[in-house]
Ligand binder design. Structure first.
Ligand code: ADP
Ligand code: ZN
Length: 524
């Protein structure tokens, strides 16, 4: 019976003839009053999960959403389908909307978290009297300090439990690690929730990473690359980590005759809107932007997303790169990183933030760094980061899988021996920089003061650049020969037990080969 009604409603309002399998299960659970957590990739159809139940039960669905512009878009498209929808944010209209809502006038009512947590309790009790089908929390990862977009007001949402008795709470997000999922469930005080987790895999996206050194020659190279992408592919977004970079790349592209637009938080709202609109309408093929160009970009035919500078977490990277190829057609995601990107932890922190939050920020950044340094399948690593079991080792559609690893592999046991030993000789109380400087024979004050220039290893690693050694250090961390102290801002490293094992074996007659990949940073 429920099933029949569901299909009818879907056809009538949305014009689709069938549900995607996960949608159906989720909707049925919600209709039975069960709290639910929905973690599914962008474009998988999460919205229908909270839009259908109110149309079946005839009771209002309240949807918490972090962005006014998102709510406006959704409300407009729902109204066009003949669904009674409205939003309350911070407009003058709010009071009228609230009064109509209290009379049960809407199928779907969107609210900002600020509004939802500040509106009077009378509003909720009135709404409950006329009937509420569910409370949906969109972008639910904002609840967690472990998420990549923590918002304080989201953490207060559980207070609504006090007003909404026996109403199912539904959390929805496209990116949530295991930890974040647990946080959402706890914070919203979900009881025995139904948890639906879809695959994060986006098989049509190619993932690639390249290392670069800052400087004008690199910008020229980047512009050449982008021009190529635009000619072959079409719509491209270039994410920069700072407004300054955004302006530089934008101007260089313009100078090269590329129809580029620009978008960042320091522009006026009007200028941003114009820029956004021209991009959506294909009047601009390239958008150079900070991450402010974000949620709510619903453009199906973006063919390429380039990150100029490493993002602050893999969650952000997955979400930002995931804006391309929504139509299922092959698209590419390139990440360009430079060493200094990884020293930006403090840059993302605010004074007031808790210790947990600081640690979370550092860990996220390190996970992103690992991703850059990978010599194995990038897709596998991304998916596993989000807790997905992956059976393949080679996806055939990322830079490491498509270039022949065998050809790039080389025995680095000698260099690894040097670096590991040097870390020990320096007392295992530094980050990678100090032992690398020692190997490279630096005459810095610190080294002379500590008498590290007297070490046997001093100067033995001159033939490689310091970036080369750091890339090796990263690989040794990834492979478990080194352990990096996560909660320490200096990121001290020490040799792990497998590292010790390796050193022991190296000092015997038998020298074990240590095959590592020559990454783009090591190609010197
Ligand atoms: P999400 O919120 O997960 O990013 P959306 O809810 O925006 O995804 O849905 C993505 C697209 O898929 C939308 O264009 C939507 O209309 C479409 N869609 C959702 N459910 C179905 C369905 N059952 N059949 C066909 N298309 C669907
Ligand atoms: Zn791969």
């Amino acid at each position: 019976m429920e099933n029949l009604r569901m299909e009818e409603v879907l056809k009538k309002y949305f014009g689709y003839s069938s549900f995607r399998p996960s949608q159906k299960d989720i909707i049925l659970q919600i209709l039975r009053g069960r709290d639910s957590l929905v973690v599914m990739a962008t474009g998988s159809g999460k919205s229908l999960c909270y839009q259908i139940p109110p149309l079946i039960s005839g009771k209002t669905a309240v949807v918490i959403s972090p962005l006014l512009s998102l709510m406006q878009d959704q409300v407009m498209s729902l109204k066009q389908r003949g669904i009674k929808a409205e939003y309350v944010g911070s407009t003058q209209m709010d009071q009228t909307v609230i009064s109509s809502a209290e009379c049960g006038h809407f199928n779907i009512l969107y609210m900002t978290p600020e509004k939802a947590t500040s509106v009077s309790s009378k509003f909720w009790s009135n709404l409950q009297k006329v009937g509420i089908s569910l409370l949906a929390v969109d972008e639910a990862h904002c609840i967690s300090e472990w998420g990549h977009d923590f918002r304080r007001e989201y953490k207060q949402l559980h207070n609504l439990r006090g007003f909404l008795i026996n109403i199912p709470f539904v959390g929805l997000t496209a990116t949530a690690t295991e930890k974040v999922r647990r946080d959402i469930i706890q914070s919203l005080k979900m009881k025995d929730p139904y948890v639906a987790i879809g695959s994060f895999d986006r098989p049509n996206l190619f993932y690639g990473v390249k290392h670069f050194d800052r400087g004008d020659s690199f910008v020229e190279e980047l512009v050449r690359e982008i021009t190529k992408h635009v000619a072959n592919a079409g719509s491209t977004i270039i994410y920069c980590t700072t407004v300054k970079d955004t302006e530089q790349i934008f101007e260089s592209l313009r100078a090269a005759g590329v129809q580029a637009g620009i978008y960042h938080g320091q522009m006026t709202a009007k200028a941003r809107q114009d820029s956004h609109r021209s991009f959506i309408r294909d009047e601009l093929l390239v958008m150079v932007a900070t991450v402010a160009f974000g949620m709510g970009i619903d453009k199906p035919n973006i063919r390429c997303v380039i990150h100029y500078g490493c993002p602050k977490s893999l969650e952000s990277y997955y979400q930002e790169s995931g804006r391309c190829g929504r139509d299922g057609i092959s698209s590419v995601c390139w990440l360009y990183f430079t060493r200094s990107d990884f020293a930006k932890g403090h840059f993302y922190l605010e004074e007031s933030q808790s210790k947990t939050h600081r640690e979370a920020v550092m860990q996220s950044l390190m996970a992103a760094q690992r991703y850059c340094s990978l010599a194995t399948c990038r897709r596998k690593s991304l998916l596993e980061y989000f807790g997905e079991q992956v059976s393949f080792t080679n996806c055939g559609n990322c830079d490491t899988c498509t270039s022949s690893n065998k050809a790039r592999e080389r025995d680095m046991s000698e260099e690894a021996f040097l670096l590991l030993t040097c870390i020990q000789s320096c007392g295992s109380r530094w980050g990678l920089n100090m032992p690398i400087d020692v190997l490279r024979g630096s005459r810095s004050r610190k080294i002379l003061d500590k008498n590290y220039d007297k070490l046997q290893l001093y100067g033995l690693g001159k033939k490689h650049s310091s970036n080369w050694w750091k890339a090796l250090g990263d690989q040794l961390i990834v492979h478990g020969y080194l352990v990096e102290n996560v909660s320490d801002i200096y990121r001290t490293v020490r040799v792990s037990s497998s590292g010790l094992e390796f050193l022991r074996a190296s000092s015997t007659a038998y020298h074990p080969p240590l095959l590592l990949i020559v990454t783009s940073e090591m190609a010197d």
